[in-house]
Design a protein. Sequence first.
Length: 292
Amino acid sequence: MKKILLAAAMLVFAVSCNWDKGKEPKPLSVKRVDRLVMGDGNDVAFDYDADGYVSTVSYAAGKSISLEYEGFGTGFPVVTVNDGTSGQIIKLNGGYIRSVWSEDNVQISDLEYNVNYGYLQSIRNNADNAQSTINWNGGYILLPASQVSNWSDSDGNILTGPVLRKDIIYVYGNSSPFNFLCNINLLPFIAEEYTEVTGIDKAVVAGLGAMRTYYLPVAVDVTTTDYKAGTEDDSDLDATGNSVQTVRRLYTYDCDNDGYINAVYVSDGTENAESELLFEVVYATAAGTPAE
């Protein structure tokens, strides 16, 4: 929703770990994230260059992704991303990701934003024949309320039929924490459906601070319609024979008194379901944000 990167001296107004409108917010420094300790063991570490931008994203499983920045301070900067096997060029305009290209100059995806308010409206992925549209709710603060992502088959340049559809509902509440108190966008690690159509690794999106939302959801409902998987034995078929499954993920947040997120937990929303660690946030010793 907001611009890709946070300003170096930026101060944000904390709202604690909830939407307590009875307290006067106080300015807090944005903290730099050193790593996310994932509940599944595949931790993600963030290294930074001399200007404070994320320079490397490293997964514990062995994947390492480098980021290089060109043209910052101009109207059309680019970020070159390479995972050691292939590369991407992320093009920006006005501080927002506008398009993603392969290293051989083939467009992968493009992103469209509302002209007046700057929130993300749609993502189109040409490589995967995918399209995602996002609906927003709210007054002064807009939040993504729902999202629909579709993948299609193709014959050359002609789309021949649907393959997969995801309907995503985002739910917020009094325990929804602020998503601007650290330099990375945590939403791609909470609801990876939000950014998956971009074609960009979710840790790269997070490290750039791209597609950030003001608050994080307390629940996400995902209904997946698989147009190819249905069989007569499936118990989850709809009337037309497609496989349809809905999952609910409930999130709880461990925040300190200033609202900094220390850990995120997830459960499946069923009765008496236990919450499991999704990830812990390990901050760098000193607070800081990337330079503009």
